[in-house]
Design a protein around this ligand. Sequence first.
Ligand code: LMR
Length: 338
Amino acid sequence: MRRRSVLACLLALSALSSLAAAQTITIKFSHVVAPDTPKGKAAAKFKELAEAATKGRVKVEIYPNSQLYKDGDELEALQRGAVHMLAPSVSKFGPMGVRDFEVFDLPFLFPTADAAYRVLDGAIGRQLFAKLEPKGIRGLAYWDNGFKQISANKPLHRPADFRAMKLRVQSSKVLSATFRKLGAIPQVMAFSEVYPALQQGVVDGQENSVSNLYTQKMHEVQKHLTISDHGFLVYAVIANRKFWDGLPADIRTALDGAMREATQYERAIAAKENTDALAAVKKAGTTQVYVLTPAERDEWRKALLPVRRDFEGTIGRELIQAVETEAARVPAVAPAKK
Ligand code: LMR
């Protein structure tokens, strides 16, 4: 009798463990941009890689274009576990009480994308991710959408052209201060509300990567686009910390590998997606594209220099200097193989 009950327990245990192993883990990944953008395509790539690497034990459900949660709701939804992954612009962490990331909103901070990657993938990027952990958020990777440009319904060549313009910005005090310094009136607004606001004249213009402008059809309601490269759009790929840390170790290892590969993919396509979007805007013929001359760009840069000083108190002079030093560091070129 005893032997039979032991056998029954063992069978039950093996059935349970195979059930657990077979159980699918669903990851809800929400974001606010169109699928055919660098972030949208990278999210799809992560899904493909994650499901393959876990042999189907993980299923990633992607909710693009603010379908599930929009700016202002998504971080709170992540913190309560209603969604498992996001990839928001780091300009949006301020309202949650983490303003340090706004260092990346300082105007003309990064000369190149590679300079940004050196900062994000190094000690500074890790130090900033650590600031999210007390908020129940695990930082997984940094993606980007290249350099930001400015669209409006009038030409923007010189700082004086911004005077009294209502300009949509993300929820970042540095971005608001930047455009206020140029004489504009910054209006914080969710990304999903920008197109209707431009169409109805609630705001006169906005700043963004061209792939965002094009995929949201903003070129249809903006007569002018100035190529200024004044800012760099940084994303943080983040997860609900309890969910992520609670994953089986082998699953987490597989997902970390999928995230590394998806990040390489995202960075490889970001610049081209924006170049292609600019070509599409020009082809549409709706928007006059103007590239700032070096002299004009210097004039913007000079007008905006005080913004850096004004934020040394809130962001920290040390952090600003560390980012600037790392961004300016010319990486040692690996000696050519003989
Ligand atoms: C914006 O709100 O303008 C952008 O951050 C949207 C995005 O995520 O690229």
